[in-house]
Design a protein around this ligand. Sequence first.
Ligand SMILES: *Cc1c(COP(=O)(O)O)cnc(C)c1O
Length: 403
Amino acid sequence: MGDATTNSQLLDRYAASLVGVFGRPPLVLSHGDGAYVWDVDGKRYLDLLGGIAVNALGHGHPALVAAVSKQAAEAIHVSNLFTSVPQIELAERILAVAGAPEGSGVFFANSGAEAIEAAIKLSRRTGRSGIVAAEGAFHGRTTGALALTHKVAYREPFEPLIPGVTHVPYGDEEALRAAVSTETAAVFLEPVQGEAGVLPADPAYLRLARELTAAHGALLVLDEVQTGVGRTGSWFAFQQAGVLPDAITLAKGLGGGVPIGALVTFGPEVTGLLTAGQHGSTFGGNPLACAAGLAVLETIESQGLLDHARVVGDHLAEAVLALGHPLVEGVRGAGLLRAITLTQPVSAKVADAARDAGFIVNPVAPQAIRLAPPLVVTTAQVDEFVAALPALLDAAACKEPTA
Ligand SMILES: *Cc1c(COP(=O)(O)O)cnc(C)c1O
């Protein structure tokens, strides 16, 4: 069966050859163009998930393709016993767009979880081991990051995990006050909880986290793996909250699909916590991934994609609300990280109906549909989806008896 090439034939081969942690995927995707992707049967979809907030420039963006192709021909990898121009330039560019103070630094990894691992190790260098994270938090699947991730079903099969982690209700100021002490190494928060269903923090909550950590000598780490790199309409979500954390973690959108993660440490004191020999990565910061990251940052700037994400995201939210559909409760989030919240727990049925109709969306929670399209998605493309949405909602609602 080595030559089976339809969706269903390939998915049988998938099931027979891959570890089953992702279940059975619905489609085999072959290629894309901008915000559209095609499956192996030739059907086209508007990709409103963007590889889970990864394909910031969509598929096949000429600037990213050119940068990766050129770099691949020059040097894909040189090891961290040496460095490369793309690595240095990407670090400088990240610090510039973050408005980082003098003495800040970047550590490159290959994924979000690895960026979190680096942040956990950074926090241990305070001489403390307590970590405060939030209920609903998602920080990744490696065993360190998993200890900070809240969902019991993800954590329990792998316990014992690293000790010292306390989870507090997200957004609860009193609980945060009670949890942070002189034993706290760091507070880890997502400015918008993506995996929990696109739940934005009140800026006042993030400011309180900043005050409490500063007062107790603990680090504030904001996990911007999902929110960073233009996703919410600014380079980073912390910039909208008016808070300068001690560190941020980045990954998803940074390479536009090429694997890369980063820990960004602000100021010389925090940056100096990790010294020669204390951390490392074989692949992290290789010239191919860094050239991709540079192309992403340069294109976001040259195409005005921060403003674009804000404008198109606001338009999407207004247009969905204007439908006045009884199944729509509201729209959460910022920029192009949004959730349509539902009055019934039928998001999976909406996502199935959407896929049949040629739209990829994500049923992130039973009553929330996450949208994280490429930042290059157009208003006209968003309108295609909004026009189709009432029928998709009707299909989901009538399949699910309300009583
Ligand atoms: C996706 C995600 C991670 C984990 O990233 P991986 O690349 O899958 O390891 C961590 N934190 C947040 C906020 C995420 O959204």
